[in-house]
Design a protein around this ligand. Structure first.
Ligand code: PMP
Length: 428
């Protein structure tokens, strides 16, 4: 029998949790199992996971096909180094990703987390531009973004909400444009476009690349912008011979209603970062895809190689489960599931607009967001959702959900009710 009291007490005192102090202010909830869209807590309560374990578990938990993929690979071998060795799951996964990606992207670098995929994207751009005789070492990005917690990635996160102040002097100082104006449906705002055009022209000589989360800014504020903003960035990159890096770690694999969010804009990046849902939420794996031009410039440049090589690069278990996840996506059910979630969330969250303290309600694909006028009391909001059998994890002024694609109508309605209950609890 697991002694949960003892585990929780040790956890609270000694184990770091994300963005938390030790000892933690509040004990974490102990999960004893997970199946379908539900987490089972140690005390037997079952909660619908409204967060998909931070965008990842798109097919739900304990999926037979995903379990089988891991078990099958485990029967062969769990891991081997990728330096000088290769294996079928990695090569097949690279082929499959390149088949899904636009033809411009020809090469894949496997990493072990989203943040590392972003570091690799930055290195690719800096090395490629240096090899092409462009000395610029800075990046241009927009405010309100989030790209990860490692130093390179942190430096392109929002400079106000991010950790720039805490790590001043260590973080690279990049160029920030204003946040893209709100609204997926919005036209390109001429004032914002002129601002970005000016900024890029002014700094082009010292820039290597533009980095952007296309269409949805995730952990930086859960905001949606027009695909026209992404298209503008592509045009500016072409005009000034800069590389375009799109970070689709959160948006990739159908979350916004398109397989990749850049498809809304009809553009293709030079470098693409993927992660999170890549393995259906089973194992940590990310990938940085790049064009033939980038890869050949890096390979012909100083050092003659890309300067990165994580120990767990292309882990075979992770690659195998990613292949099984792509198989599930290729059956196409997500093309009905994501729009159904979008419709369900639009209808059920609309009344939240009228609630006191609510600043905005927005839905895109399988993402529903209620933005409050103030910081949310996370403990109260979470407790209200749990009372309704749903797991939500609000942050800052945001109560939001991005459920697994396999959620049914009844469970989705429970998730939306829980979001509304959390909103009420956050204001009362
Ligand atoms: N980029 C984006 C857009 C993300 O949403 C995240 C994770 N929230 C990351 C990068 C970092 O990924 P990881 O947490 O796997 O390092």
């Amino acid at each position: 029998m697991t002694d949960w009291q003892a585990l929780l007490s040790f956890d609270r005192e000694h184990v770091w949790h994300p963005y938390a102090p030790v000892p933690a202010g509040q004990s974490a909830l102990p999960v004893a199992g997970a199946e379908g869209v539900r987490l089972r807590l140690a005390d037997g309560r079952r909660l619908i996971d409204g967060m998909s374990s931070w965008w990842c578990a798109i097919h739900g938990y304990k999926h037979p096909a995903l379990d089988a993929a891991v078990e099958d690979q485990l029967g062969r071998f769990a891991h081997v180094m990728f330096g000088g060795l290769t294996h079928e799951p990695a090569v097949t996964l690279a082929q499959r990703l390149l088949d899904l990606a636009p033809p411009r992207l020809r090469h894949v670098f496997f990493a072990d987390s989203g943040s590392v995929a972003v570091e690799i994207a930055i290195k690719m751009c800096l090395q490629a531009q240096r090899a092409r005789g462009r000395p610029g070492r800075r990046l241009l990005t927009v405010r309100g973004g989030y790209h990860g917690d490692t130093f390179g990635a942190m430096a392109i996160c929002d400079p106000v909400q991010g950790m720039h102040r805490l790590f001043a002097g260590v973080l690279a100082e990049h160029v920030f444009a204003e946040r893209p104006p709100d609204g997926f449906e919005a036209q390109l705002d001429p004032a914002w476009a002129a601002h970005v055009q000016r900024l890029v022209a002014e700094h082009a000589h010292e820039l290597a690349a533009i980095v952007l989360e296309p269409v949805v800014q995730g952990a930086g504020g859960m905001r949606f912008h027009s695909p026209a903003c992404v298209a503008l960035m592509r045009r500016l990159c072409d005009e000034h011979r800069l590389l375009l890096v799109l970070d689709e770690i959160a948006t990739g694999f159908g979350r916004t209603g398109a397989l990749f969010a850049y498809q809304h804009a009809g553009v293709t990046p030079d470098v693409l970062c993927l992660g999170k849902a890549l393995t259906g939420g089973y194992l940590s794996l990310a990938a940085t895809l790049c064009s033939a031009e980038v890869a050949s410039a890096v390979s012909a440049g100083e050092g003659g190689a890309l300067m990165h090589g994580p120990t767990f690069m292309a882990n075979p278990l992770a690659c195998s489960v990613a292949l099984a996840s792509l198989d599930l996506l290729s059956d196409g059910a997500w093309r009905q599931q994501v729009p159904a979630i979008e419709r369900g969330l639009r209808d059920a969250l609309a009344p939240a607009r009228e609630l006191p303290g609510v600043a905005d309600v927005r839905v895109l694909g399988a993402i529903g967001v209620v933005q409050m006028e103030h910081e949310v009391d996370v403990t109260r909001a979470t407790a209200a959702a749990i009372d309704r059998g749903v797991w939500l994890r609000p942050f800052r002024d945001l109560i939001y959900t991005m459920p697994p694609y396999v959620i049914d109508e009844e469970d989705l309605s429970a998730v939306a009710d829980a979001v509304v209950a959390a909103v009420r609890a956050a204001t009362s």
